[in-house]
Design a protein around this ligand. Sequence first.
Ligand SMILES: Cc1cc2nc3c(=O)[nH]c(=O)nc-3n(C[C@H](O)[C@H](O)[C@H](O)COP(=O)(O)OP(=O)(O)OC[C@H]3O[C@@H](n4cnc5c(N)ncnc54)[C@H](O)[C@@H]3O)c2cc1C
Length: 395
Amino acid sequence: MSEIAIVGGGPSGAMCGEQLARAGHKVRIFDEHLAWEKPCGGGLTHKAVECFPFLLENPHAKKLVSAIDLIGSDDQRVTLEMSHPIVIYSRTVLNGMLLDRAAEAGCKVHRSHVMGVNTASSKPRYCVEGEWREAAFLVLAAGARNHLLPETRPLKRDELEMTQGYFVPQTADAITVKFLPHFEGYLWSFPRSDHLSVGICGRMASHTSGELKAHLHSFVEKQKIPTEGAQFYSHVLPSPQEHTLSQRSVLGKNWALIGDAAAWVDPLTGEGLFYAMRSGELLGRALAEGCPEKYPARVKAAFTAELEFAARIVRRFYRGSFLGTAVTTRMVQLLRRSSVFRQLMGDLFSGTQDYTSLKRRLWGHLGFTVSEFISSVLNLDRPAAAAVSRGGSGD
Ligand SMILES: Cc1cc2nc3c(=O)[nH]c(=O)nc-3n(C[C@H](O)[C@H](O)[C@H](O)COP(=O)(O)OP(=O)(O)OC[C@H]3O[C@@H](n4cnc5c(N)ncnc54)[C@H](O)[C@@H]3O)c2cc1C
């Protein structure tokens, strides 16, 4: 295949470019910022590190965090210890490392804004610096705010989350996550090597930016995080529904979407870095084999079931109640009482436990109330023969 053009040099575009260049293709990556501090927590879970070990094995600044403080809407707290740390990068560092790898593999990397794309003729075209150029294939990796979407629809309000936050020049040893009553999203503080990324995400169709700002300010005040002189950010985050994942087109005859542009984000947690890198890798390999049509099936086999599962339960998780109390509040209460549940949730957060194999792990290992709680949130049917120990909500 002759030259492939990639619009967007974030984790998805850089990873796709690297795969293609390694396979001997001519690749140009265009990014208007190159390595920049894209609004993000920057947290990579164990599944990302397992799949891409170089994320851990490199000399770049990063923070390894093994504890998460969860705070319920009633301000009760619990600490989860994770068996595998979450690796947290500044996005300038992460994007820079991925773009360097792409360039070392042979990609030509340009700092340019792509103004338009046209995929109507057999060879797709893109417009850079006022000039229309031709490519053999167009990879669209321009993120969640991107409007370069040939032959597919943009994400709607109910498929997006708003985010706001601060980069604060302060450090910490644990991640903090706080839930709010009747709120579809959460607040967080992610410690990086030399600063914190503190923020809030909330479903765009349910919450206003004023609401987010008020919650964020009350959070930083209560957590005693100084925001004077801190850099404010806001961005959007895909929050796909089940039908988004199963029906929205991500591949045409001469173009494909990857990463946030394709809406490959966990709607429950907002994790997108792993899915961006993995989708970039999968598209790159399919294109290198000359079989782009294999990309959707490979993504489906790799992770779509997980994202669909999260999309099915997200509303119940943030809006539902269990025994008369909000699910998230009840979850923190139960975590305080059960070490087995704490271990399970630690594994879920760190990415060592996926949603789809959770059911197998559950039955018989957790106390009755915790098992009932999880089955209710996950909408699982309890198997008839399940040996769930009765008589207490503790271990
Ligand atoms: C506040 C926030 C916190 C998050 N925290 C986490 C987290 O802790 N862990 C996690 O896994 N995920 C997190 N995410 C999600 C994660 O940031 C994204 O899923 C990830 O960045 C997607 O990578 P991408 O390469 O698809 O897109 P992006 O990282 O958005 O990259 C797109 C690139 O395209 C470029 N671009 C856009 N338009 C053009 C154009 N017209 N011409 C040229 N270049 C263009 C941009 O400059 C950008 O570099 C968070 C998201 C937000 C908003």
